[in-house]
Design a protein around this ligand. Sequence first.
Ligand code: HEM
Length: 408
Amino acid sequence: MNKQDLLNPKFMADDNSMYELFDFLRLNDPVTYVEHPDYLPFWSLSKYEDIKDIGHRNDEFLSGPRTVLVRKKVEDMFEAKLGTRNGGENLIHMDRPKHLKMRRVTRDWFLPRNMDKISGSIEQVAKEYVDKLEQLGGECDFVSEIALHYPLRIISTILGLPQEDERYLLKITQEIFGNSDAELRRGKSLNDNLAVVMDLYAYFGEVIEDRKKNPTDDLSSVIANAEVDGEPMPLIDQLNYFIVVATAGHDTTASAISGGLRALIENPEQMQIWSRESDLDQRGAKEIIRWVSPVRHMVRTATKDFVLRGNKIKAGDNIVLWFPAANRDEAVINDANSFQIMRDPKMNLAFGYGAHMCLGQHLATREVQLFFKELLSRLKTVSMNGSPKGIRANFVGGLKSLPITYGF
Ligand code: HEM
């Protein structure tokens, strides 16, 4: 185990090794400089307070141009072909003033009051997927049969996309987030990375055309007809907006749901508490999201020299915020390494912090909450039926497979 393992997708696929490394770094080297022949160097942060602090000083620590750790040669290729180092600039990569203006376009859609309006349809989809689990007859791979499809159905519904496109959207999202996993990515070559982005541009280009001509009350129509500074939003910004909204929410939420079920199986007393006390739903969902922390990191770029815990960080240096490391920091979270659905949900950096804090956080929490509410009110028994397998990734992580047996 060494700090270069942060860049090793196979190592990061295993929760035990990942958390062991985070614990070690937090204790011994919480602000550490990581160098690797395939990547630009970066500072790695693993303490809750540091990650929260840098995460919300958005004018001093920028989200662009590097937002996620990607191999140098992939960044070079994106720069040559798309003019940006990040494969298409969307909300996640933007800084003030553009970021704020773009975020405003959909901000209201994702507020809790709007989530209250769509709770009924989320409940319906949750019921549909718990019904499907029941129909599968007591044995399945929970990730591929249930967890991957439920959040995708919800975001497709919100965007007004046809159900028959879900299989395609799922494949292409996994190709983006799983590009370090040979079982998920499209191919090894740099052109494969670019082709995935181009396919998404072609797909959402058609959606934009359609909603401009035939606006409805869906979220796609809001993006397709958005104005920024009194002008129509440029097509490239619309395309990248679609990509982030359509992709950011399903692998992340799917990982939260499958990791949540695993945590409940491994902590049966917590499952019993939840089954008894349904008003714990929101707390339980937040604890699941803290526990799984599916987004492993984001990168910031320093705009000026500064010193952190005695380390001299220079303007232009990259700083990586490891959210799962923050969420297991015993210095600020009581008994952080135990899964407790009744814990106070305030200390949780799984959605980040500051101007970029997850736009879909209320949607994701509601999805997790309503899924487990439905599941735990009906499920009688559940246990593991083989070893769970992790996604080989250090950006969006979680389970690739969770074999279970169960009874209703
Ligand atoms: C459990 C599920 C989820 C987790 C853990 C998660 C986590 C995150 C994190 C860590 C960030 C970046 C924060 C930063 O840079 O400081 C983010 C941004 C974002 N998330 Fe989520 N997310 C989840 C679900 C969703 C859902 C359901 C959507 C729905 C569309 C969504 C949409 C977005 C968008 C659009 C951004 C960019 C916001 C911005 O840069 O202003 N996410 N999310």
